[in-house]
Design a protein around this ligand. Sequence first.
Ligand SMILES: CC(=O)[C@@H](O)[C@H](O)COP(=O)(O)O
Length: 254
Amino acid sequence: MLKIGPYECQSRLFLGTGKFSSLKVQAEAVEASGTDVLTFALRRVNLDHPEEPGFLERLNRKRFRFLPNTAGAKTAEEAVRLARLARASGLSDMVKVEVIGDEETLLPDPVGTLKATRQLVEEGFIVLPYTSDDPILARRLEEAGAHAVMPGASPIGSGQGILNPLNLKLIIRRAKVPVIVDAGIGSPADAARAMELGADGILLNTAVSGARDPVRMARAMKLAVEAGRLGYEAGRIPKKETASASSPAEGMVT
Ligand SMILES: CC(=O)[C@@H](O)[C@H](O)COP(=O)(O)O
């Protein structure tokens, strides 16, 4: 079972709740995904009255753990302020730190991300920073006390899948906290591949909300994450440059 800080997750798939065509489709996709962790941008919530009608209202707050994110923050200070508001309004003490460094790529600002992570850890939050696929930065975030690291597969919403499997593998091999591959997953194959590399979980949004049939895609992602994890645990065969017969004659019982 996946454990992040004190929290246990039944599913290894975390789902973003943005960009769905309707609240009904969103709710059905959430159900089909089997997730128990939902993420959403804090700027979409009325933090003075989080219970106000909106997408949160439709979700059973007892069934899901909320992972609000600080999307829209351009500085560490903005991210910290949003996280504090979220905790003060009773939403969650678990936060996905997102400090965006560039509007075109939406890549994270490494300096701001590290600074916000340090501060929020010090204030007792359960902190999951969205980071690039840089292994050194992932290590620094872990040293700063992050409870998980969330390297991007590729830019948010790009659907490009895993651009740098080598870096992801390095991050996964070295990390002592869970690694959740976040952003850029485009298809179930991408999700399964990340899990086969050894990721502890996947966070995705656009691949489901933007699919022709988001509900079916949510289910496909659930199965892909499960299959990828099973494959990782089972241990794949090594790749070889030469053939070896699948039905060798030697050792056959006659
Ligand atoms: C919802 C959320 O947190 C996104 O910022 C996240 O990074 C998902 O990215 P994709 O939409 O590319 O799956």
